[in-house]
Design a protein around this ligand. Structure first.
Ligand SMILES: Cc1cc2nc3c(=O)[nH]c(=O)nc-3n(C[C@H](O)[C@H](O)[C@H](O)COP(=O)(O)O)c2cc1C
Ligand code: SF4
Length: 688
């Protein structure tokens, strides 16, 4: 399809110092849990982005010295010449598709655990090592330390050029970089020429920019990533104050300004807390203060919103981390007028959880993310059918939809049968809850694709029984029937049913999502620890009920530390007036009160409760699978070669895991069974 002429402006080339970006799509730095430990996986992932049309593809933050060791997190590493070859893989993969390769040089200062290197952390002034409760402190840097740091940075810039990069970033953002720590008055209490006034605090960043330009500026563009606002009022940098002044002081020194918010939780805000374009109000001043191109971010997935940013003079380049993860081919799809085919990021930050759990990146919308090298998966290229199979996929939740989409793309005849009138399963149910409307994109993208496939038939309100499956005529049956929330309280803290949870008055999230009302006061018992318990509490509170959230964990939605949401979630509940009881297990519900037990002391207390919502664990809807599995002869007689139970109906997990399960089945059902590790690994070198 031809490109919509309204989007032409997005494809104009932009000069950045000595290099030219072929269009305005800029994949800003994002970590991926592969970095220096899995360089082939990392390179292949960046290569796919370049292939998808991004003019610039950046690395994640790349540690420049052993005193910036952020273990156990896995970032890029450029400590010495030994790291150049791994980064060369990245720039080569990016160049292969005509994009520019950018590298973000980082020293994390007092955010470095140095757990691997055992170096002493450094900071502008002595301070605790931040970011965790690591029992260590950073020492204040001497002038000699500052000179050494500048030398490391210059050396890293030279190595970056040798590694083939076109754009070299000086990083002063996110409260994660030494250059930023020097800018922040609360962290920089120096009394020499590097502390005190803003002119002094900006000195180090200026020197880094000047020295990087002097070292490599003839060949490479020098970019700065700077957080113009920390959203902490006068205690931090503010876009109306020092943020603006810093940009004005350095105005035309860098070749490119990449401006955003700090800290990371503000920058990568989830859709629950920030809409597309949420950074505009903070960064829009920048273009008025510099003549250099400006890139900014804000979970941009709509080409019209991107065009608007440029036409209104907010940005020159559209920066994206998550939209490029959810759809590495986003620029290509806009270029070829395939707007409906864009797989829009849902803003859930599962991608961030890879970094925070030190594992390869994954994405809810894009199951191929992180699998480009180790599984050879490509987001747009799918192997054609390998035989004459036909498929009956039962259940049109995230697993069934993705499975049918991919089998359909492979060219197989597919029937997708859904018991309900609505498609989408859990994503449809959950997207009706406060803040989760973007979850529906998981369904909408897949339906959009399925509706174009003549070889896929979708049957709604079609609950199928085993006998019908045997008669249907498909050679393969895929059960993706999902899971339902348990009512008995069994999860982590309680391995047996909770006394009284068989009474009326105990509700499940499924019942609330189906429209059932809870009486007040209501206790939400969250032994699930991801987002849903808090979302249910929020919903009930917004309906005017007195709500207490009880959790055996030490904080609300404990796992959401990995999606950068935990603080906001707890803050929001407190502000809404939800009472929070942490470190408490429910041991009994008598119809009007719940009996609680302290998870440390066992000491008892109680709360009034007309109802309890059990957000505990889920039970797979696997009855059909068990029934079919018990009839091997009938299956053989019906010509059914396999029955597979996948996704939540096998074992409940995240939506990302559900989508992955559907995708994996469709790619791998025709592989020979084997005990081999199901992906390529990057093994540690045993020789120097
Ligand atoms: C998984 C992930 C990892 C990130 N890692 C980095 C990083 O290494 N360095 C950096 O400057 N920003 C990092 N960011 C922040 C992004 O560059 C970006 O500023 C932010 O996500 C907002 O842009 P978006 O809405 O397009 O995602 C990361 C973001 C994500 C989602
Ligand atoms: S994991 Fe979620 S937030 Fe991250 S890119 Fe994918 S859809 Fe977007």
């Amino acid at each position: 399809m031809p490109r919509d002429p309204r989007h032409d402006i997005l494809f104009e080339p932009i000069r950045i110092g000595p290099v030219v970006a072929k269009n305005r799509f800029f994949q800003v730095p994002h970590c991926n849990g592969m970095g220096h430990t899995k360089p082939r996986g990392h390179a292949a992932m960046r290569g796919v982005k370049a292939e998808g049309g991004w003019a610039v593809v950046s690395t994640e933050e790349v540690e420049i010295h052993a005193s910036s060791d952020v273990s156990p997190h896995v970032e890029g590493r450029l400590w010495d010449d030994g790291d150049v070859a791994a980064l060369r893989l990245v720039s080569d993969a990016v160049h292969e598709h005509g994009a520019l390769a950018a590298i973000e040089l980082a020293h994390n200062g007092m955010h470095s655990s140095n757990l691997y290197s055992r170096e002493v952390a450094i900071a502008p002034s002595p301070i605790c090592v931040l970011g965790s409760y690591t029992p260590a402190q950073a020492r204040g840097m001497t002038k000699a330390d500052i000179r050494a740091y500048r030398r490391w940075h210059r050396d890293a810039a030279l190595r970056s050029r040798r590694a083939g990069f076109d754009i070299v970033y000086v990083y002063a953002a996110h409260e994660l970089s030494l250059a930023m720590h020097f800018l922040q008055a609360r962290h920089n209490q120096r009394t020499d020429e590097y502390g005190g006034s803003l002119v002094n605090r900006v000195r180090l960043l200026r020197e880094l920019l000047e020295e990087t330009k002097e070292a490599i500026g003839g060949d490479c563009a020098v970019a700065v990533r700077f957080a113009v606002d920390e959203l902490r009022g006068q205690d931090g940098i503010e876009s109306g104050g020092e943020g603006r002044e810093v940009v004005a002081m350095l105005a035309d020194l860098p070749d490119l300004w990449d401006v955003n918010l700090s800290d990371w939780t503000n920058d990568s805000a989830t859709s629950r807390f920030a809409p597309e374009g949420y950074q505009e109000e903070f960064v829009r001043f920048v273009k008025g203060v510099t003549r250099k191109p400006v890139v900014g971010v804000g979970r941009f997935t709509s080409p019209d919103a991107m065009v608007s940013q440029i036409r209104r003079g907010v940005l020159d380049l559209i920066g994206a981390a998550r939209p490029s993860i959810a759809d590495p081919f986003l620029p290509h799809k806009i270029d070829s007028g395939e707007i409906d085919d864009i797989r829009e990021c849902i803003g859930c930050n599962i991608c961030v959880s890879g970094d925070l759990t030190s594992t390869p990146i994954r994405c809810t919308q894009n199951p191929t993310m992180g699998e480009e090298w180790r599984k050879g998966w490509h987001p747009e290229k799918i192997p054609p059918r390998s035989g004459e199979d036909s498929f009956l996929v039962i259940g049109a939740g995230p697993t069934g939809l993705e499975c049918a989409r991919l089998l359909g793309r492979r060219g197989y005849p597919v029937t997708l049968a859904e018991a309900e009138a609505q498609l989408g399963g859990r994503v449809t149910r959950e997207s009706s809850l406060p803040g989760l409307s973007a979850w529906a994109r998981v369904r909408d993208y897949r339906l959009q694709q399925l509706n174009k496939m003549p070889n896929v038939e979708i049957l709604r309100t079609s609950r199928v029984a085993a006998a019908q499956i045997l008669e249907f005529g498909a050679t393969r049956v895929v059960l993706a029937t999902g899971a339902r929330w348990r009512r008995d309280g069994i999860a982590r803290a309680n391995l047996r049913p909770i006394a009284g949870f068989d009474r009326a008055g105990v509700l499940t999230p499924d019942e609330l999502m189906a429209g059932m009302r809870a009486p007040s006061p209501v206790v939400v018992f969250d032994d699930d620890h991801f987002y849903l318990g808090a979302v249910i509490a929020e919903k009930l509170r917004r309906e005017g009920l007195d709500v207490v959230l009880v959790t055996p964990a030490e904080r609300v939605s404990a796992w959401t530390v990995h999606t950068l949401e935990q603080r906001r979630i707890q803050q929001q509940l407190l502000e809404l007036g939800v009472r929070i009881e942490t470190n408490r297990n429910i041991v009994e519900f008598d119809g009007s009160r719940v009996r609680l037990e302290c998870t440390y002391t066992g000491r008892e207390s109680s709360l009034a409760a007309a109802a309890v919502v059990a957000v505990t664990s889920r039970q797979s809807d696997d009855a059909l699978g068990l029934e079919l599995g018990s009839q091997p002869e009938a299956l053989a007689a019906a010509g059914i070669a396999s029955v597979a139970c996948i996704g939540d109906c096998l074992a409940p997990s995240t939506i990302a895991a559900a989508v992955y399960a559907g995708h994996r089945y469709a790619r791998e059902f025709d592989w020979p069974q084997s005990d081999a590790v199901p992906f390529r690994r990057e093994l540690a070198r045993t020789t120097d």
